[in-house]
Ligand binder design. Sequence first.
Ligand SMILES: [Zn+2]
Length: 178
Amino acid sequence: MMNIPGIEPDVRMHSRVLMHPLAAPRCGIMLHYDDSSSDASALEWFHDPRCTNGYTWLVLDDGRVVELADPGMRTPHAGPCLVKNANSSFYGIAAATNGSVPATEKQLDAIARVCSAVSRHHHWVSPLLVGHDEQAIWTALYTTRRELWGKVGRKVDPSGQRADGRKIIDIDDIRRRM
Ligand SMILES: [Zn+2]
């Protein structure tokens, strides 16, 4: 199992079904929210046999870090994206929240800490940090509307769609905290 110095998960719950060898080298980190309504329901879902999506790390409201997969393996977190092999190319980090509840200060700090540790580990000078929404593209598998194929807009996380415009996770804010 791969261990990244500086990341000491509070919980490890690796699920074998979600892990496969990398199909491309890591080039950055993708941020998400998992669309859960509570930490408890988030944890329950990642134990559920019907769960087919997975991130490397899930960060709870209180800042606890749950490692869902071996960081050396790819997980199905990104789907088709502008960057090829996005599930491999990006580590996936999710805040346990949804499109209406902004990530907490503790969550944002913990996410930034994990991002910093990953970047140090890879010696990335200016880490490629992306949101799922700016990368996820439509394909024939997701829509019959041909005009959308290859275009972004398939996902709204981690920005969300709050009426007041506040982002659930603001990528620039995470960069400032790193
Ligand atoms: Zn996502």
